[in-house]
Design a protein around this ligand. Structure first.
Ligand SMILES: Cc1cc2nc3c(=O)[nH]c(=O)nc-3n(C[C@H](O)[C@H](O)[C@H](O)COP(=O)(O)OP(=O)(O)OC[C@H]3O[C@@H](n4cnc5c(N)ncnc54)[C@H](O)[C@@H]3O)c2cc1C
Length: 346
C-alpha cells in the first residue's frame, strides 16, 4: 500500500512559494518573539482559536521523542486546510519567520526543534483521506492522517498499511517468508521465534513492534532513551549486528537492537541516565562509530529516522562536499530565504 502525503511541498507549500519565488540567497534574519502584527495576520488566516502563543502550548511543541531539545517555537498554529497553510506560509515568508511543520512529534532526530524560533505548523487537524485507489494500492492523505487512522479507514477495503519486517534482539521475525526464516533462525541458534498464524497473534506481534521503543525505555524506569539507526546492504547485516553488539558491551551501554531484516535497517535503543555525562558521551561516540561502520560497508548513516539535527556531520561524511553543495542548492531553490525548518540537515 503506498501512501502519498498531501502535506508535502507539492500540496501545501509549493503554491505559496511559487508565487513568491524570485528573491534568492536572502540572508535568514529573525529574532526571538513575533511582532504582534504577524500574530494578528496569522489569526486572520487561520482563526483566533487555531493559534496559540501560550507558554504551555509552545513547550508541548518544543521537542520530539528524541533526546534533542531547544527553546520552544514563538507560536503554534493549527491550519485546517491547504489554503490556510498557503496563507500563513506567505505571511512567514514576507516577514522572514521560520516555519516548522509538526506531525505527531514521534521523530527521533530532533526534526521538529525550533532552533531559530518561528511558527510551528501543527498539522494534526488536517486528517482527511483525500483519495483511495484500491486497484493501484495507492492512497493520498492529508498530513495529519496517522497510521492507525489510515488502517481504520482501510478496514473494510481489505487493504492494510504495514510498516516493516522486523528483528528483535538479533532474532528475525518476518511475516512474509516465515518458514524459511524460522529455518535460518534455528540454524543460527536463534530462539523465541514468533510466527503469526491468525489475526490476533499478528496484531500482538505488530503491537510488540510498535511498542519496542517504549518497552526498551521501561527497562530502567526514570531513564531516557536515545535511539539511533543505520542501514547496510543485506549481506553485511550479520557482521554489523555482531560488531555492534560487541561495541555495546565494550562501551558498557544498554541498547536493545530492533531491526528490519528485509531492508538491512536496524535500530539501537539505548537507555541512559540523562544526569550521567560520561554515559551520554559514550552513547554519542558509539553512535558515530556505528554510523561510520555502516558507511564503511557501503551503507547509510540512517535507515528511517532521518538526519534531523543529530546526524548532520554524518550526512556530510556520507555524501561528501559536492553532495552537500547540491543538496543545499536544491534547498535554496525551494526555500530561498531558508525559512523552512532552518538549522536541520543541510
Ligand atoms: C515508537 C516509534 C516507532 C517508530 N517506527 C518507525 C517505523 O517503523 N518506520 C519509520 O520510518 N519510522 C519510525 N519511527 C520514526 C519516525 O521518524 C517517526 O515516528 C515518524 O515518521 C515521524 O512522523 P511525525 O509525524 O511524528 O513527525 P514529527 O516528529 O512531527 O516531524 C518529523 C520531521 O518532519 C517534519 N514534518 C512533519 N510533518 C511534515 C509534513 N507534513 N511535511 C513536511 N515536513 C514535515 C518536521 O518538521 C520534522 O522535521 C518510529 C518512532 C517511534 C517513536
Amino acid at each position: 500500500m503506498n501512501v502519498r502525503s498531501a502535506m508535502c511541498w507539492r500540496y501545501c507549500y509549493m503554491p505559496a512559494l511559487r508565487a513568491l519565488s524570485g528573491r534568492r540567497n536572502h540572508q535568514f534574519q529573525v529574532q526571538r518573539g513575533l511582532h504582534s502584527n504577524i500574530i494578528e495576520a496569522l489569526k486572520a488566516a487561520t482563526g483566533t482559536e487555531n493559534i496559540s502563543t501560550a507558554t504551555v502550548v509552545r513547550e508541548q511543541h518544543r521537542k520530539d521523542e528524541s533526546y534533542h531539545s531547544c527553546k520552544p517555537p514563538d507560536a503554534v498554529v493549527w491550519p485546517q486546510n491547504v489554503e490556510q497553510v498557503s496563507r500563513m506560509a506567505r505571511i512567514c515568508f514576507e516577514n522572514d519567520v521560520p516555519i516548522i511543520p509538526f506531525g505527531t512529534s514521534t521523530g527521533l532526530e530532533g526534526g521538529v526543534l525550533a532552533l531559530k524560533g518561528g511558527v510551528c505548523f501543527n498539522l494534526t487537524k488536517m486528517d482527511e483521506i483525500v483519495e483511495l485507489n484500491t486497484e493501484d494500492f495507492d492512497v493520498t492523505v492529508e498530513p495529519g492522517v496517522t497510521r492507525k487512522g489510515l488502517n481504520n479507514y482501510l478496514r473494510d477495503s481489505g487493504l492494510w498499511f504495514p510498516v516493516v519486517v522486523l528483528m528483535w534482539n538479533g532474532c528475525p521475525v518476518t511475516l512474509v517468508s516465515g518458514c524459511l526464516t524460522e529455518e535460518i533462525v534455528k540454524a543460527n541458534s536463534g530462539s523465541d521465534f514468533a510466527w503469526a498464524k491468525d489475526q490476533e497473534t499478528r496484531n500482538k506481534l505488530w503491537q510488540a513492534r510498535h511498542s519496542a521503543w517504549y518497552a526498551a525505555r521501561a527497562m530502567h524506569p526514570g531513564c531516557e532513551g536515545y535511539s539511533t539507526d543505520v542501514c547496510v546492504p543485506l549481506s553485511k547485516l550479520p557482521e554489523i549486528i555482531v560488531t555492534t553488539k560487541e561495541d555495546l558491551v565494550r562501551s558498557k551501554l544498554t541498547g536493545p537492537i530492533v531491526g528490519h531484516v528485509g531492508d538491512g535497517n536496524f535500530h539501537c535503543l539505548m537507555i541512559m541516565d540523562p544526569q550521567n555525562e560520561d554515559e551520554m558521551m559514550r552513547i554519542k561516540e558509539f553512535t558515530y562509530r556505528l554510523a561510520r561502520r555502516a558507511l564503511a560497508m557501503h551503507g547509510t548513516c540512517t535507515g528511517e529516522h532521518g538526519i534531523g539535527l543529530g546526524k548532520r556531520q554524518l550526512l556530510a561524511e556520507e555524501i561528501g562536499a559536492v553532495g552537500m553543495k547540491v543538496m543545499r542548492e536544491i534547498k535554496a531553490a525551494l526555500d530561498p530565504k531558508n525559512i523552512m525548518n532552518p538549522g536541520k540537515v543541510v
